[in-house]
Every structure is written in C-alpha cells, then in structure tokens.
Design a protein around this ligand. Structure first.
Ligand code: SF4
Length: 467
C-alpha cells in the first residue's frame, strides 16, 4: 500500500510482481555499468547463453581504473588496460552505449549520467557501485548493487528487492558561511550513525535542502549509503527541471511538458506517511571534518575530538580503534593537524560547483611546501567547463596539479595512492582503513573548500578564516 511518499510511488510504478520469496521484482529503468563490477556479470550471462535484455537501458563508462596523469592507450598498468578492453569488448558485443576515455562524455559514472540527462525523476536506477544513491537527488530511487545483481539486470532488466522503510530527514534554515552540502551530509551521518539508515530510504527535505542546487543535492544523496541507507532521494522541483531541460537525454518538445507533469505527480504528497522523521537546524552545522575510520566519526573543525567516556559502548570500541589507527588522541584539536596530501575530486565533490568553491579558496595563496595537492574533475565535461572558466589556471598558479577525469584517490584503483601513513585531506566519501591506497594511510573527509584551505596552510584549517 502506498504511503504517499515518492519512494512508494516509484516502487509501485516499477513493480513487476511479488516473488515466492516475498521480495518485489522491480523493473530497473536505467542500468549504469563500469569496468569493475561488470566483467564477471557479462561472463555469467555469456555462460548461460543469455543476451542483454534491454541494451538501450544500459549505459557504460570507465572511471575507477583510469590513470589521471596520462590517459594514452595502452595504459601503463596492464591490468587496467585489460579491464578497459574487456568493457569495450562487452559493450561492443551486446550493443551497449559506452562513454569511453576521450569520447568527451567519460567520467565518474555518478557524474556523467546526470550530466547527460539520463538520470530523471521517478526512475529506478541501479549500478554496481555503492554511491549510486547520488541519482536520488533527482527524485529517482537508485540502488548500489553487487555483481550477481548486475548479471540479473543485464539478463532480465529487473532486481529482486525488499521494500524499505522511509525516513524523512529534514534540514531547515540557512547554512552559515563556509558550510557546504558536504558538511550537511557529514553532520547528518554523525547524528544518525553509520548504521542509522539500515533498512531505510532517506528522503532529504526542509528549506535548506530545497535551497540547494542539483550538484549540492547530489553531494547529499551520494553519501546516503555511508549512513547505512539503501538509497536517498530528494523530491523533484523547479530546480530539478531547470537542471534537466535541454540535456541530451531529457525529453524534448511536447514530451517535456508531459514528463514534468508526471515528475510532479511522483513527489511525496503533503500528507505522506513516514516510518520516521528527524529534523535538524542548519544553524547547528559547522565546517565538518572526519577524524576516524567511519564517516560518522566527525567533528566541527574547531571542536575537540570526543572523550571516550562521553561515548556509548559500541561507539567507544570503534573510537579506540580509530584513535589508534589515525594516531590521534581524545580531547585534542583537529585544527592544525598536519596533512600530506590534498585531494579534490570524486563522485561526491568532483563537479563544477565543487571546483569553483575550491578555486575561490585556492586563489588566496600557494600550496604549502611539501604538500601534494591535486584536482581531478569528475568528468570530461566538468574538465572542459572548468578550463573554459579558467579554474585550472587558478589551481595551477596556486601549486595544485590539474588532472584528467576519474575516481583517482577516492578508492585508489589507479596510480593515485597514499604512501605509508600519510594523511590526506580529501573531498571523497569514505575514510575506511586503507581506502586511499596505503594500508596505513589516513583520510580526513571534508568539503572541497576545506581541502583547498588545508592545501594552502598544510594543516587542517577552518575555511572560514579564508573567506
Ligand atoms: S569516486 Fe569513489 S565512490 Fe565514487 S564511483 Fe569512484 S570510487 Fe566509487
């Protein structure tokens, strides 16, 4: 029974049937694939003599393994070259649209699909990547899936899923200067915990969210999975439609009006029923930085790290582990902590508005001596736009490296890696142990502007000092 939420409306509209297991068989409107989680799935359908049922609903790009310094082929890393060749071959054989390196449309999968207008309200979207929740920013229900589910969608265009509860996460008020969408989602995860969203879809709402651009909304929805939610979404509104209009895959002519009418009808009703509602005040959110090994272990940049006694037993155990790994101590200030590497990029914060915010800080100084600072646009389109605006010149003049698009040091499945126990100030989304390519590497998550500020000072810095 529909509770009047966007989640329920989209779910019901895509339900094919109820399986004997009790799960719903859900039609997937858009299947995004990349080089990491698709090769085995293609091998499995080939073994069974199956074909891709709806190749026109599948779109591929390459992002995780691409080098960001020299993208000339063949790639220097033979494994990366083999992976891109496998994707080229699979897309060719099964008739799948592929945005390859140099096509002008390549980039991180969660950056390019919105850019192309492929991501639209009211859709179901799946991708073999955890951060597929990004697409929820448009009012889509978007799931990260595993390789066997990639196989299932290739073969049947459907997924077997359990229905989720819906939590409305409301943020109201005006964000203070120096506070960005990244701080909002880090704050939400800090308050609700990394497991707080298990079994839920998060519906982000409230006046703060309504005032956000589509790129800011993508940053928020991107990290839903870090709070345990299977997906996160924002109801479509005029901001959504304005972003989509004119994009290559957006409806055109009369179809546009009909689409907008349908999209409006899919938004949550004013009297929708939620399983839970939480409300936050934007005025309580400061520039936020993670200090630990989960995205919930964060503090306001000018706060002290939590005392162990203040934590419950479960949080205390992971905090002890985090302090040991991060070589930090309870009660100390994070502000002033020396960093080694500053990374601006990823599907969380590698879009044009992120680069603009970082450049606005970068133009105030030079990268501190001994700091490696680099900027990786989220897509070829973002890179072109940034260069047309001269942002690359600002970064280069300040001493940042300006790279080619890709996932880069978010996951470090390419040459961009931390070394030893280096500390990185990173605009990405995960600070797990070893996430950035070194088994002892340490990650501090923060907004792109905060990363730029850290690069100029060489230490964790309150971006408000540079505004
Ligand atoms: S940028 Fe990071 S989180 Fe996003 S798709 Fe790439 S590896 Fe995954």
């Amino acid at each position: 029974m529909s509770r009047g939420t966007l989640f329920d409306k989209v779910w019901d509209a895509h339900t094919v049937g109820i399986l004997p297991s009790g799960q719903t068989q859900l039609l997937i409107g858009l299947h995004l694939i990349h080089e990491v989680t698709s090769p085995q799935a293609f091998a499995m359908i080939r073994e069974r003599g199956l074909r891709v049922l709806m190749p026109e609903r599948t779109v591929a790009t390459v992002d995780h393994i691409v080098p960001t310094e020299d993208q000339g082929r063949p790639f220097v890393d033979s494994l990366a070259e083999a992976m891109i060749q496998a994707l080229e071959h699979n897309c060719d054989e099964f008739g799948i649209r592929f945005y390859n390196v140099g096509s002008g449309k390549q980039g991180i999968v969660h950056v390019i699909a919105p850019e192309q207008g492929l991501t639209q309200p009211g859709m179901t979207i799946a991708c073999g990547d955890s951060h597929t929740s990004t697409h929820g920013a448009f009012g889509a229900i978007a799931f990260g899936i595993g390789t066997s589910q990639v196989r299932d969608i290739l073969a049947s265009q459907t997924l077997a899923l359990d229905k989720l509860k819906v939590r409305r996460v409301e943020v109201n008020g005006t964000l203070r200067p120096g506070v960005f969408a990244k701080d909002v989602i880090l704050y939400i995860i800090q308050k609700l915990g990394v497991n707080g969203g298990v079994g839920y879809a998060y519906e982000y709402a409230g006046s703060t969210v309504a005032a956000m651009s589509m790129e800011e909304r993508m940053t928020v929805c991107n990290m839903s999975i870090e709070g345990g939610a299977r997906c996160g979404y924002i109801n479509p509104d005029e901001t959504t439609y304005a972003y989509l209009q004119g994009r290559p895959f957006a409806p055109k002519g009369n179809e546009w009006e009909a689409a907008v009418q349908w999209w409006r009808s899919m938004a949550s009703d004013a009297d929708a029923q939620y399983d839970d509602v939480v409300v936050f005040d934007a005025a309580d959110i400061a520039p936020t930085v993670t200090w630990g090994i989960t995205p919930a272990q964060s503090v306001a940049v000018d706060a002290q790290l939590p005392d162990l006694e203040a934590l419950n037993e479960a949080d205390k155990a992971i905090a002890i582990e985090a302090y040991r790994y991060m070589k930090l101590n309870p009660g100390q200030a994070l502000l002033g902590t020396k960093v080694d590497v500053c990374f601006i990029g990823s599907c969380t914060n590698g879009r044009i508005s992120d680069l603009r915010e970082a450049a606005a800080i970068a133009k105030k100084g030079k990268v501190a001596t001994g700091i490696k600072a680099f900027v990786v646009p989220g897509s070829e389109a973002v890179k072109r736009e940034a260069e047309a605006e001269g942002l690359h010149e600002i970064f280069l003049a300040a001493g940042f490296e300006w790279r080619e698009p890709g996932c880069s040091m978010c996951l470090a499945m390419n040459p961009d890696k931390l070394v030893g126990d280096q500390i990185s100030a990173s605009s990405s989304n995960r600070n797990f142990k070893g996430r950035q390519g070194s088994s002892s590497g340490r990650t501090l998550l923060m907004s792109p502007a905060m990363v730029a500020a850290a690069a100029l000072r060489g230490t964790v810095t309150d971006v408000r000092e540079l505004l």
